[in-house]
Write a protein that binds this ligand. Structure first.
Ligand SMILES: *Cc1c(COP(=O)(O)O)cnc(C)c1O
Length: 391
């Protein structure tokens, strides 16, 4: 067993060997520029990109021409939000999003506020869910866009995108979703969801880092945010990352074949981990809704424990905490704060995200390691008072 045990698949995933295999020829053997229309090198690369575009489109059920390749979900979110805003401002300038979004979305919106955008940052319910009604109530005559993620990266909660899109479209408002944590993990169908724009990234689904995609529904216009050679039908200039794109395509094809089996596997491993922790460690609870969520994520608060001490002890586990390190300080996660957790509860929370290569023996080891370290942390911790002692 390789230590530390990797339970941080929501941060990034290893490249699947099958994906790597598919990518390798496109680095040095088949190195052509997919935009070179005058010779075989270019045509071959262009063909590989076309195949990958089909694989990607097939996974999310759209047309090939609706896929724009980008450098990842950060860029896809920026392109969707800023590209639409630039096209429709000043006629439409209001954007509705949620406080628990990824920083790529929140910071893009904040940036646009400097350029005249009005942004509503909705507070989700304490279980992390934002109702379609909450979104509908925030719409104004000048609302341009609703940007709501499909699955939250920290707590795994799924948001009711289909209902949100229906209400938004009744008011002529565009809908963008950051589906980075959902694509390849659960069935995602853009027609069923009825969204106009959808972002995702290869490295969260066993593809390489630095490549992603934005689905743009046919007929939706936006201003490119990268000027140059007019690649990707003028929507995103820059020489295509052929090996990366081939990798994303293959990652999508593998996910499509294995999604159902993997879902069941991961769900049962996650439930085993979660139930064991809840049953065997006092004062633990799950952050976010437990019924509507991704199969491979659990975010658990170890109430009363000092998160930093806990993490220091957990040297055999690679997991994330409910703390975000900035250059200056350690801040509680904005997602957990939006769920009304105290700073101490947020710092005492751990996110476990499992993946394709997680095994039962790793989970068993993780559980016993946790039990041991939590016990030690409690014993060593100054000022730790168990709740039942207080009652
Ligand atoms: C990882 C992640 C991103 C950023 O994706 P990159 O490809 O690393 O830029 C955006 N949104 C969510 C929900 C993510 O999990």
């Amino acid at each position: 067993m390789r230590l530390p045990i990797y339970l941080d698949y929501n941060a990034t995933t290893p490249v699947d060997k099958r994906v790597l295999e598919a990518m390798l020829p496109w680095f040095s053997e088949q190195f052509g520029n997919a935009a070179s229309r005058t010779h075989l090198y270019g045509w071959t690369a262009e063909e590989a990109v076309a195949k990958a575009r089909k694989q990607v489109a097939s996974l999310i059920h759209c047309q090939s021409k609706e896929i724009v390749f980008t450098s990842g979900a950060t860029e896809s979110n920026n392109l969707a939000i800023k590209g639409l805003f630039e096209k429709y401002y000043p006629q439409k300038k209001h954007i509705v999003t949620v406080q628990t979004e990824h920083t790529a979305t929140l910071d893009a919106c904040q940036h646009l506020e400097k350029w005249g955008a009005a942004v509503t940052y909705l507070l989700p319910q304490p279980d992390g869910i934002v109702s379609a009604q909450q979104v509908a109530d925030a719409l104004r005559p000048d609302t341009l866009l609703v940007s709501v993620m499909l699955a939250n990266n920290e707590i795994g909660v799924l948001l009711p995108l289909q209902q949100i899109a229906r209400l938004a479209h009744q008011k002529g408002v565009f809908v963008h979703t950051d589906a980075t944590q959902a694509v390849g993990k659960i069935a995602v169908d853009v027609a069923e969801l009825d969204v106009d724009l959808l972002s995702f990234s290869a490295h969260k689904m066993y593809g390489p880092k630095g490549v992603g995609a934005l689905y743009v529904r046919a007929g939706v216009g936006m201003m490119p945010q990268m000027d140059g050679g007019g690649h990707e039908r003028g929507r995103r200039s820059g020489t295509l990352n052929v090996p990366g794109i081939v990798g994303l395509g293959e990652a999508c094809a593998v996910a499509q074949r294995e999604l159902q089996t993997e879902y069941k596997n991961l769900e049962s491993l996650r439930n085993y981990l979660e139930n064991s922790i809840l049953a065997q460690i006092a004062e633990t609870f799950v952050n976010g809704n437990q019924n509507v969520r991704l199969p491979h994520v659990t975010n658990i608060c170890f109430e009363g424990l000092d998160g930093e001490n806990l993490l220091l002890g957990l040297k055999d586990l690679a997991v994330s905490t409910g703390s975000a390190c900035t250059s200056a300080s350690v801040l509680p996660s904005h997602v957990l704060k939006a769920l009304q957790l105290s700073d101490a509860q947020a710092h005492a929370s751990l996110r476990f995200s499992l993946g394709r290569f997680t095994t039962l023996s790793e989970i068993e080891y993780a559980i016993s390691h946790l039990l041991e370290v939590v016990e030690k942390t409690k014993n060593n911790q100054v000022g730790y008072v168990p709740n039942d002692f207080l009652q």
